[in-house]
Design a protein around this ligand. Structure first.
Ligand code: ZN
Length: 367
């Protein structure tokens, strides 16, 4: 008895020591992260203050959602920033002397060899989410800051959900269906998690995020077709909130265009990643077609293209260059003049890298 009490005490002591050790490791990691962020933020401040030749920094966002929005439950973490963070980014850069410009106007000025601001900042939003109107537009109006929104032309005025959000919803709200035959196509991408009935608990956002990244091995059309077939065979998956409309509608687009602050760019017709489109006519359809669609919707001028997922191919690039005057990539970095307008680098901001002034500046200073 005394011996077992002794070994229980030793076990408890070992547990406490182990927990203490883990806590110290976590604290050290935190301190190192702070030190790294401080260093990169200092580099960003030096770049902002000391640069002599004109530079262009492009800030990119996808969704702008308040911290308490239920829509955050079914979205990838790298897609969301809060309206407060957007407000802070603009205020901070203005205080540091940056001039906010419309990307179209800046490119025009470069083309015409006009004098460019020493530090110009352009704001862009990808995909055309409804929350851009609801939560970002008021912040842009408050600061009189122009922005470009890249639209997926065939999804305007539709209740369309992009496939990553459909997959997130499936894994988080319908994981108990994963053993159904209709979801057999998805199993190779689920990773290590067993899919037996007993363990079909909801995925965490991070687990679902990994599944989405693995699924990118397939082309978008195949994923969408599989999802559609799955929904037909498993109607329980389609009980989505009918009031939810993820993307901007025409009325919202018109209101933003009329403000004079917002310009629109093309982000393909269906958000298909170009490196998965083997057929030249499909490429042409997605690239040139998206511009035609937006112009027919009277959302002119549509001068800039944005590559879905940043995926570029030689043929796609040629087509973009013959139909647009510039293109945004997902390459990170500052744009130094003279800039190749078809390789515009951007900084993508979300909760994870822009929720505090320190993390925001560190992202701008990181090599
Ligand atoms: Zn996109």
């Amino acid at each position: 008895m005394a011996q077992s009490a002794g070994s229980a005490t030793a076990l408890m002591a070992a547990c406490v020591l182990r927990q203490g050790g883990l806590l110290i490791v976590q604290m050290v990691k935190q301190v190192l992260k702070q030190a790294r962020n401080s260093l990169f933020a200092a580099i960003a401040l030096m770049k902002i203050k000391l640069k002599s030749s004109p530079s262009l920094v492009i800030l990119t966002y996808h969704r702008i959602l308040p911290g308490q929005s239920p829509l955050r439950q079914t979205e990838q973490p790298g897609m969301i920033a809060t309206p407060e963070a957007l407000d802070m980014h603009i205020s901070l850069l203005k205080q540091l002397g940056a001039e906010f410009v419309s990307l179209d106007a800046w490119l025009d000025a470069q083309r015409q060899k006009k004098t460019l601001p020493r530090l110009a900042v352009a704001v862009t939003f990808d995909d055309g989410w409804q929350d851009n109107y609801e939560h970002a537009f008021p912040v842009l109006k408050k600061h009189k800051v122009p922005a470009t929104i890249f639209l997926v032309s065939k999804r305007i005025n539709t209740p369309w959900q992009f496939w990553p959000e459909q997959v997130l919803d499936l894994l988080i709200s319908h994981a108990h269906h994963l053993d159904h035959d209709a979801l057999q196509w998805l199993r190779p991408y689920l990773g290590d998690r067993p899919t037996s009935k007993q363990s079909a608990s909801p995925y965490t956002i991070l687990q679902a995020d990994s599944v989405i990244n693995r699924l990118k091995a397939l082309d978008d059309h195949t994923i969408e077709t599989n999802l559609e077939r799955t929904r037909n065979e498993l109607p329980a998956l389609s009980q989505a909130d009918l009031n939810a409309r993820p993307l901007l509608n025409k009325q919202e687009l018109d209101a933003m265009l009329a403000s004079g602050l917002i310009t629109f760019g093309a982000h393909t017709r269906h958000h298909y990643r170009l490196n998965h489109l083997g057929n030249p006519s499909d490429l042409e359809n997605e690239i040139a077609g998206s511009r035609t669609d937006l112009e027919e919707l009277d959302l002119k001028p549509v001068n800039i293209f944005c590559y879905p997922n940043g995926d570029i191919t030689g043929k796609g690039e040629q087509l973009v260059q013959s139909h647009f005057i510039a293109a945004c990539t997902t390459e990170r970095g500052w744009n130094k003049t003279p800039i190749n307008p078809f390789s515009l680098r951007r900084f993508n901001f979300h909760d994870g890298n822009g929720s505090t002034p320190l993390s925001f500046l560190a992202s701008l200073g990181r090599p």
